[in-house]
Design a protein. Structure first.
Length: 98
């Protein structure tokens, strides 16, 4: 009986330690979101207005999420062409498109 109680306590303690550390491990990894569009690229303050819109939005979301969300922006169909973007989103190859 004592052996069974000790084993149960050990398993509970181990599980508690693992679960206590899990949020810290997940908190350090940011989710990367891929955004593709077919418009010319540029910078956050220069270039095509649609590319600037995507970059400014991504920057604001990154700040508001505390770095939990990061964005990779692929302008000028550099990741995939305009029409295949829809299939890419449905299969998970792409997260967002403009």
């Amino acid at each position: 009986m004592l052996r069974k109680t000790m084993l149960g306590a050990f398993v509970s303690l181990s599980l508690g330690l693992v679960l206590a550390q899990a949020p810290a491990a997940f908190a350090q990894q940011a989710k990367v979101i891929k955004i593709s569009h077919q418009f010319p690229g540029g910078a956050i303050d220069e270039g095509d207005f649609r590319d600037r819109l995507v970059r400014k939005s991504a920057q604001e979301v990154e700040q508001k999420s505390g770095g939990q969300l990061k964005f990779e922006i692929y302008p000028a169909s550099s990741l995939m062409k305009a029409v295949p973007q829809f299939k890419g989103m449905s299969t998970g190859a792409l997260d967002m498109a403009l």
